[in-house]
Design a protein around this ligand. Structure first.
Ligand SMILES: Cc1cc2nc3c(=O)[nH]c(=O)nc-3n(C[C@H](O)[C@H](O)[C@H](O)COP(=O)(O)O)c2cc1C
Length: 196
């Protein structure tokens, strides 16, 4: 497959089987990430690869954090209703929707010539490399974030600096559902040609 074909074929797959990709496959995906463009060669990415019990452990932190946010909306000491308890349970177990979750982090550089957003952009490019190589390897992948990506307690548990950014929770596994063809808005509606 050409890169163009892989780009067009790739779909985010949210439902995965329990089969864990091999460490070798994950290392290929991580290596692809490290070949992304980045300004001043700062290589601002960092990866935390979660599998097995580590997903459950981080899920507990995410649920505890959500509980605090939910409590802050109600009266002090008010018990959480069934809807909120269901949300907490979803948060607690969401990382277990796939056998592997790679947390992709953009480090904030201390160099004065680095523009913060450019590091985030570089890590987004790295994440796309990961999605494309996962596609080539026949794996399922999905880029997710959600409130947990911006949560200080989640960052602390992952040993991510408060000023660094979690750009993606990249869910990785094998597809459990068929893919549908993407129907993007046509290029003509998104493009202005000047000087042609
Ligand atoms: C920065 C970013 C964060 C995202 N976060 C979520 C998310 O938390 N949950 C979700 O269902 N999709 C999320 N998505 C969207 C999916 O990853 C995916 O791109 C979308 O469902 C479109 O499917 P496709 O990749 O097959 O075109 C996010 C995408 C990006 C780029």
């Amino acid at each position: 497959m050409t890169v163009y074909e892989t780009i067009r074929r790739r779909r985010s797959i949210g439902k995965m089987t329990g089969q864990r990709p091999t460490r070798e496959q994950i290392e290929i995906i991580l290596t692809a990430a490290t070949h992304a463009p980045n300004h001043h060669n700062v290589q601002p990415w960092r990866f935390i690869v979660l599998a097995g019990e580590a997903r459950a452990a981080l899920g507990e932190i995410m649920a505890a954090s959500l509980a605090r946010r939910l409590e802050s909306f109600g009266e002090p000491g008010e018990p959480l209703d069934d809807k909120k308890l269901a949300l907490l349970n979803k948060e607690r177990t969401k990382l277990q929707r796939s056998p592997v979750v790679i947390v992709v982090v953009a480090e904030r550089s201390q160099q004065s010539n680095i523009v913060e957003i450019e590091n985030i952009e570089a890590v987004a490019a790295a994440t796309q490399n990961m999605l494309l190589v996962a596609e080539e390897l026949g794996l399922a992948a999905m880029w997710r974030t959600g409130d947990a990506a911006y949560d200080p307690r989640v960052k602390q548990w992952l040993d991510v600096e408060p000023d660094d950014h979690i750009v993606a929770f990249l869910y990785l596994g094998y597809p459990a559902i068929p893919r549908l063809e993407r129907q993007p808005v046509p290029v003509e509606e998104k493009t202005t040609w000047l000087g042609w």
